[in-house]
Design a protein. Structure first.
Length: 617
């Protein structure tokens, strides 16, 4: 059941899903066993699905000499082959790996994509854990021989846990293959079985409604550090990324169509499964096309398929790794998950590495799944799994680690480029005040007594754009642009010394938009849409937008001050450069307001207009 992925699938995997976890060349020391595993009773429909999987057993793994195991699956649009290097690399470290193609992707089966939910994806993975634990009721067949397969080469923990068919097992993977780990852990904990011993979710989401439809002005407590990015407002639709994943899902479904022999099944696939997706996915896309924003029901559906909605059931030791170069799942999502897990006492550490969906290549020596012991992150992952799964080594100390590109440029040593702290956040907060203002903006000053009165104005001119920051993962190189009249900018004087920012700045402003104030009571379509971002402006006026990250917001009440959390970054503003905060009316990567909106910002007495920046060093 091995099938070639489409060119589009290959492109997106190369751009930052689980293919990024395996930058080295694949080796064939361990010959995988190609299996079809049948999982049953999934979701309210009680679906039966056939899973395409490869079982990798390291040399010497027998019933008399069992080994710990890993369960891994693909990023969105991928297949089981994407974990081949991971399976080989960790196999050399003594781990068996069951790598499988996620539900709905190219596997010859017609079960739809269900967005890593618990009821389908999590329940299926839980059955795969039982398979690794030797449960003969989980039917697995060797595709080459037609023989039934029952695993007896994996370490069992039945006696210690009191749970039957309990393997010593962890999960490792990124993006779509990261969220499934949370879903699986939650299913196991809710069932009282807790077969999963440790997870390492990389570059994944906390709240899918935030990922695809973000509102950064309504976060609980004004920050992801509250443990949630779930705004009470509908957000601003990230249409480029959303359309890309819709195309990938459709491509997977089309490649599985030859498995259909009944014309009625073809009609059902188009009508009930929304061309390979759970039907609510298409509903959300149609809503945005028709009215410009997602409904409460669609937001609730996306949120339900997210760890942010069931964190209480995730009790397994968790090593979160999130990418700084990631406009799909940003650093705030990892902060929310980390904060919520830490608050409830789940063992958790957080790593912010260099790579992500918007820049897939790790730095030299940073992460190599094929040779994990020879890379910085690989050793972190091994230490986590060795302790919690294999039962060897000291318990890893809870930490927050983050990659600093300026140190890597200075030293060429990736280990020195990482800084470590006992927890997040780090450093201290510095408050800057918006001052003065003319047609294009004003200044940022430290002393509130130096704030000068002024008025700045900008507006939106179209639902999409014309301001440009990125083209999803396809282009991160074009110049950042804000056409005249579409943005305002407030900048510091040239910095006397470097300023290191680690975390999310927060912008609190009072805006004036009388036309919007008159329409906002009608709902999201009449509310203000704004895009906030931080620029690094060089001595020559060149603009750098760190990792192309911005913070869209749909402001529920423009008559009141609003706090917008800006993107999490790890960035050095060099001496001679200026830090600037920008408010814009549009962005080409998002679906904004349908009607043009005019906004002014006044500084001076009685106005709280300030930027809070997390600074280290």
């Amino acid at each position: 059941m091995r099938r070639a992925a489409t060119v589009l699938t290959t492109a997106v995997l190369t751009a930052g899903t689980t293919a990024a976890l395996a930058p080295g060349a694949a080796a064939a020391e361990i010959a995988p066993r190609d299996l079809t595993i049948t999982v049953t009773g999934l979701g309210p429909e009680q679906r039966t699905c056939r899973i395409d999987a490869d079982l990798y057993l390291p040399p010497g793994a027998t019933a008399d000499s069992p080994v710990p195991a890993l369960l891994a699956t693909n990023g969105f649009g991928g297949t089981k082959e994407d974990q081949a290097d991971l399976a080989q690399g960790f196999g050399e470290q003594g781990y068996a790996t069951l790598s499988y193609t996620g539900l709905g992707f190219v596997d010859g089966d017609l079960c739809p994509i269900t967005l890593d939910d618990r009821e389908h994806d999590g329940a299926a993975a839980a059955q795969l854990l039982r398979f690794l634990g030797g449960d003969p009721s989980v039917v697995a067949v060797d595709d080459a021989t037609g023989e039934r397969v029952v695993v007896d080469q994996v370490l069992r923990e039945d006696e210690e846990s009191g749970t039957p068919h309990d393997p010593a097992v962890g999960m490792l993977g990124g993006s779509y293959g990261g969220q499934i780990q949370f879903a699986t852990a939650a299913v196991e904990h809710a069932a009282g079985t807790d077969r999963l011993d440790a997870i390492v979710p990389m570059i994944t989401w906390n709240d899918l409604s935030y990922s695809l439809n973000p509102d950064n002005s309504g976060l609980p407590g004004g920050t992801a550090r509250s443990g949630s990015v779930a705004s009470a407002n509908t957000g601003v639709f990230k249409y480029q990324w959303s359309l890309l994943f819709t195309a990938l899902g459709l491509a997977s479904g089309l490649q599985d169509l030859p498995a259909l022999s009944d014309p009625a099944q073809v009609r059902d696939l188009a009508r009930e499964n929304c061309l390979n997706f759970d039907a609510p996915v298409c509903t959300a896309l149609l809503e945005v096309a028709a009215v410009g924003h997602a409904s409460e029901a669609s937001v609730a559906f996306l949120r339900s398929n997210s760890v942010g909605s069931y964190t209480a059931d995730v009790r397994v030791p968790t090593l979160i790794a999130q990418g700084q170069a990631d406009t799909l799942f940003n650093l705030q999502e990892s902060v929310a998950t980390y904060a919520a897990l830490r608050e409830q006492g789940t063992p958790v550490s957080l790593v912010w590495h260099s790579w992500g969906h918007s820049g897939s290549a790790p730095q030299p020596g940073e992460y190599d799944a094929r040779q994990p012991a020879d890379s910085y992150q690989g050793r972190q992952v091994l230490a986590w799994l060795d302790h919690y799964v294999r039962g060897e080594g000291e318990a890893p100390e809870p930490t927050f680690e983050y990659y600093r590109d300026w140190v890597m440029e200075e030293t060429g040593d990736v280990a020195q480029a990482y800084a470590s702290a006992p927890s997040y956040p780090v450093g201290e907060e510095r408050t800057l005040h918006l001052s003065g203002g003319g047609p294009h903006g004003g200044a940022l000053v430290d002393d509130p007594g130096q704030v000068r009165p002024g008025v700045s104005a900008y507006g939106s001119v179209a639902p999409i754009g014309p301001n440009y920051t990125e083209t999803a993962f396809l282009d991160q190189s074009g110049p950042v642009t804000d056409p005249p009249g579409t943005a305002i900018r407030f900048s510091t004087p040239p910095l006397a010394e470097p300023l290191d920012v680690v975390g999310s700045p927060r912008l609190t402003v009072q805006l004036d938009a009388p036309a919007v104030a008159a329409t906002q009571a009608a709902g999201p379509g009449g509310q203000l849409v704004v895009y906030a971002k931080v620029y690094d402006i060089g001595p020559d006026g060149a603009v750098e937008l760190p990792h192309r990250l911005i913070s869209p917001a749909r402001v529920a009440d423009v008559t009141k001050p609003v706090t917008i959390e800006l993107p999490g970054i790890v960035h050095r503003f060099e001496a001679g450069h200026r830090l600037a905060v920008v408010l814009a009316g549009g962005d080409l990567a998002y679906r904004g307001s349908t009607l043009p909106q005019q906004v002014t910002l006044a500084t001076g007495p009685g106005r709280t207009q300030q930027l809070t920046v997390p600074v280290v060093g």
